[in-house]
Design a protein around this ligand. Structure first.
Ligand SMILES: *Cc1c(COP(=O)(O)O)cnc(C)c1O
Length: 499
């Protein structure tokens, strides 16, 4: 399989090149250049997670041998990195509603499913292209990608990682996880700004050709661990198939029966993986895009108009506090019949005016697959409380946005199709908000986030996940704070290219 850019640049790239580069030279995103074969569900049933993953991702990475593929996947999912043998187990709430728990990895968020895979893939890819440069991974994070990337790339030879996170835009536990990270090849920097500032800064650096030349002379090359990298999106397709096959295997659905997926969404990466899964033959009825108060995607799906000129809100689901959803570009490319000229036009408008509008036909295509609504912090907390009291099942705020939006979908449409909600983070990662949703204010008043961890464990009888248990004992190793205009200088500094 070869890859092309969503913005129409002529070149074709191998899979290894696409994952090493991260972003196409014209600023577009890499997508498969030719149609892909459907996945055979029968053949995947009864297989382990790494085996299912191999069958799904290998056709996109043909350049890698079967042996290389299974080594990468066994290392990612076969060992002890995930604390559940199923990797992404299903939890049944009612006859029609299931949660696929994507938070059993080393950092407690779904990003681990991709970031346990991508570092090994990049390393093998560098071997294939004969690339001896040090890969510099610039990461903009709304909280979870940063830690998952740090964990995935920690001390990996031939790589350097620089993570930028919004100083006040992540949960206290997310911040602690990042600033206590060990690893000689890693840097963590707080930015006075929001996620969009960090992501825009990173994308500008990735597209800077003068800087690229300068770096090459020093044996350095940029890459990306954000979901703009195809190598991150690809492994996310796997769990949609895996969850479906579990339902099928347990007799919850008939062969070929369609299901809905609800995905708490920010950068549109996770839900885009569900869209690709559907395009690969997974029986999907509706993809329900759940947003928090930053509901730019809900408005887009409903009206066909994307407009980021609006207030940016900090919410209790910080990993979804995003107004520029990068991966929407890939969706527009596919649904417009791969019309890269139009995609390029919309992206130019987005950059210059902060807004664009798609035509009626394309809007119908979007609505044919997606449904969207949003939930504010009050609704999110109410759903956490209700779900715990009624079912003794604990949701993190992102997953709770998903359930709140599903409830709205259900009342708006009456659709009783079996539905799977992506549970994107461990509730302990957002212990402060979750404890506040369950307990009267006097129980949580004055407690730091780290102090609410044991309180939440005691209240619910659940164990604090191992990666968060020792957090309060770990020394802080990363203190740097920069202004959003200093992102470039900061990168030059860490790469020894200043002056
Ligand atoms: C990243 C993240 C999201 C949003 O996923 P996208 O792929 O950016 O849409 C939702 N929930 C959690 C917990 C996350 O970490």
């Amino acid at each position: 399989m070869l890859y092309c850019s969503t913005r129409g640049e002529e070149g074709l790239y191998t899979a290894a090149e696409a994952v090493l580069m991260g972003l196409a030279p014209d600023g577009g995103l890499f997508v498969p250049a030719s149609p892909w074969a459907p996945v055979s569900l029968e053949e995947l049933a009864d297989r382990s997670y790494p085996e299912q993953a191999a069958a799904i991702v290998h056709p996109f990475l043909e350049q890698f041998s079967a042996g290389e593929m299974s080594a990468i996947l066994e290392k990612a999912y076969g060992g002890t990195s995930f604390d559940h043998p199923a990797v992404a187990p299903l939890h049944r709430l009612t006859d029609e509603l299931f949660f696929m728990e994507l938070w059993h990895g080393p950092t407690g968020a779904f990003k681990d499913l991709a970031l346990q895979f991508l570092p090994q893939l990049l390393r093998t890819a560098a071997g294939k292209t004969g690339d001896r440069h040090t890969a510099v991974l610039l990461v903009a994070t709304s909280g979870d990608t940063g830690k998952a990337a740090l964990e995935g790339f920690c001390d990996l030879p031939g790589t350097k990682v620089i993570v930028f996170y919004p100083l006040e835009g992540v949960s206290e536990i997310q911040r602690q996880q990042m600033i206590t990270q060990q690893g000689a090849n890693l840097h963590v920097v707080a930015v006075r700004g929001n996620f969009d500032h960090a992501q825009t800064g990173v994308k500008a650096l990735l597209g800077d050709s003068a800087l690229k030349e300068k770096m090459l002379r020093r044996g350095l090359r940029f890459s990306s661990a954000n979901s703009i990298n195809w190598g991150r999106l690809l492994p996310q397709i796997v769990y949609y198939f895996s969850a479906y096959l579990k339902l099928r295997c347990n007799g919850e659905i008939r062969a070929g029966e369609k299901v809905n997926f609800v995905v708490p969404t920010g950068n549109f990466g996770n839900i885009l993986a569900a869209f690709y899964a559907a395009r690969m033959g997974l029986p999907v009825n509706r993809l329900i895009c759940a947003a928090n108060r930053n509901c730019v995607l809900t408005d887009f799906i409903r009206t066909g108009s994307y407009d980021r000129n609006r207030p940016f809100y900090r919410t209790i689901s910080p990993s979804m506090d995003i107004l520029i959803s990068s991966n929407l570009e890939r969706l527009l490319f596919e649904l417009s019949g791969r019309d890269s000229a139009r995609v390029k036009g919309w992206m130019r408008l987005l950059q210059e005016e902060g807004a664009f509008r798609i035509g009626a036909e394309l809007q119908r295509a979007v609505k044919g697959v997606f449904w969207s609504d949003c939930a504010d912090d009050g609704e999110t907390k109410a759903v956490i409380g209700q779900t715990y009291r009624r079912y003794r099942y604990l949701l993190d705020p992102h997953t709770a946005v998903g359930l709140a939006v599903y409830n709205k979908y259900r009342s708006a449409t009456g659709d009783a199709t079996t539905t799977i909600v992506a549970a994107t983070a461990s509730p302990f990662k957002f212990a402060e908000s979750v404890a506040a949703a369950l307990l009267p204010p006097e129980r949580t008043a004055g407690l730091s986030a780290l102090e609410t961890l044991p309180l939440l464990a005691e209240t619910t009888g659940l164990a604090i996940p191992p990666p968060l248990r020792e957090l309060h004992r770990r020394p802080i190793r990363h203190h740097t704070v920069i202004e959003k205009e200093e992102l470039r200088d900061s990168v030059l500094h860490y790469l020894g290219l200043s002056g």
